[in-house]
Design a protein around this ligand. Structure first.
Ligand code: AMP
Ligand code: MG
Length: 413
């Protein structure tokens, strides 16, 4: 049976306050050593340093001819060609005066050569001689040993995300294993007697559980490990069991039943399991019932309202920074960009508002924000095209097409 006493009114937190609180309290999970090939999407827990001088040999950076600059006179030389030097092959040479070696990009420079003339400046007179029109300054088109990075120099600093570029830099530097922060393990639990799986025949009063789709996708997109997706009716003993087991992870994201209705049992049940709330409602729209708390064993709890737009908006605003901070990334307000509206917006009410929107660029490269049709927080369909949120201040005046608005990109920059 639900317990029906009304919980005491709680103070609503401003978004800025929540971001400050998260920044102050969220710490990265412990690090572990992993192969670089598995570090995609992970955050490095230590600086990675170059293990040798890079490049490890003097090399050509153009296809052309390795030459001795002293052989050039007034931008010209006629030289005898010796062997081709290939990338991955031996250096060949040494180059005697009056000689040059055909060379490919990435090939080691033969001893005696001190410049490379690009192939576009060459005319082969016959199979023996080549005419080169170039000033051939010393060092031209050559990377000297260690010119790019010295042994011990920083390749990527701690906190860097394992993008393709970062992993390529590590591989180039001879780094094979790295310390990386562990990704948060997340349990997602949707709650509500009315929820059923999409596609099942709808009984009276039932709707399809769309939030488990929405949030599973969003959680996994952050790189977090989604351990379990569950659904629970508004029933005290079922909730007790589901929430208790849901807390045995790094983050429990629970959706629905967070408000003050008679069957909104989630906040009190979690409190009875020892969760201390640090946020007990938000001064913004949509998503007022959102809560953030901490379980005794350390799990973070993000409680989102069941309305799909509220859940989506509050996950973007607060769920993403929380998961990012735990995985060693930034734990802060999402960046706000300035965009021009494509259509008017009415005056805003007394709470700051985040309106689903779609971003695009105009022909001059300026950012545009198109507010999406939104028939209230219970309308999941506007979200289908959503790629951004328009952030509006409390009591903002009506805005016209072309006016500047603040825009947050869903999924970050
Ligand atoms: P609640 O936050 O539980 O009061 O739910 C608010 C509204 O969101 C109600 O209309 C619910 O039916 C709806 N809702 C709750 N959970 C979900 C869900 N997982 N998927 C779709 N709609 C939901
Ligand atoms: Mg409910």
């Amino acid at each position: 049976m639900p317990r029906t006493s009304t919980p005491a009114a709680t103070r609503l937190s401003d978004a800025d306050e929540v971001w400050r609180l998260l920044a102050g309290q969220v710490r990265p999970l412990p690090a572990e050593e992993i192969p670089v090939a598995e570090a995609h999407g992970r955050r490095l827990a230590e600086d990675a340093l170059c293990t040798f001088d890079f490049p490890p040999f003097d090399r050509a950076v153009m296809d052309g001819f390795a030459v001795r600059s002293a052989d050039f006179n007034q931008g010209h030389a006629r030289l005898r060609m010796i062997d081709l030097v290939r990338a991955g092959g031996p250096r060949g040479g040494p180059l005697a005066p009056g000689h040059c070696a055909r060379i490919n990009t990435g090939a080691p420079l033969p001893p005696g050569a001190d410049a490379v003339v690009m192939v576009e400046r060459a005319t082969e007179a016959d199979s023996e001689f080549v005419e080169l029109r170039d000033s051939a300054t010393i060092g031209a088109n050559i990377d000297r040993t260690g010119a790019i990075l010295h042994r011990g120099a920083m390749v990527v600093p701690r906190g860097t995300r394992g993008t393709g570029g970062a992993l390529a830099a590590l591989a180039s530097a001879g780094v094979t294993r790295v310390q990386a922060y562990r990704q948060p393990r997340v349990t997602l639990l949707t709650t509500g007697d009315e929820l059923i799986d999409a596609g099942a025949p709808l009984g009276e009063g039932q709707i399809y559980d769309s939030n488990s789709m929405l949030l599973s996708a969003e959680i996994q997109q952050t790189g977090a490990t989604l351990l379990q997706v569950g659904r629970c009716p508004d029933d005290q003993s079922a909730l007790d069991a589901a929430l208790r087991s849901g807390l045995a992870v790094d983050v429990l994201i629970v959706v629905g039943g967070m408000s003050r209705g008679t069957h909104d049992l989630v906040p009190r049940t979690l409190q009875e399991l020892g969760v201390r709330w640090v946020v007990e409602g938000l001064n913004l729209k949509p998503g007022k019932p959102t809560r953030i708390g901490r379980a005794p064993a350390g799990a973070w709890v993000l409680g989102l309202p069941g309305n799909p737009v509220s859940a989506a908006v509050c996950f973007t605003l607060f769920g993403r920074p929380l998961l990012s901070g735990l995985s060693g990334g930034p734990c802060e307000a999402p960046p706000t960009l300035c965009a021009s509206l494509t259509s008017p917006m009415p005056a805003n009410g007394p709470r700051p508002m985040y309106q689903p929107a779609r971003w695009s660029a105009d022909s001059e490269g300026r950012l545009r924000a198109e507010p999406l049709t939104w028939r209230g927080s219970g309308d999941p369909f506007g979200l289908a095209l959503g790629t951004a949120l328009i952030a509006r201040d409390a009591n903002a005046q009506a805005a016209a097409a072309g006016d500047a608005v603040n825009l947050i990109l869903i999924g970050g920059l």
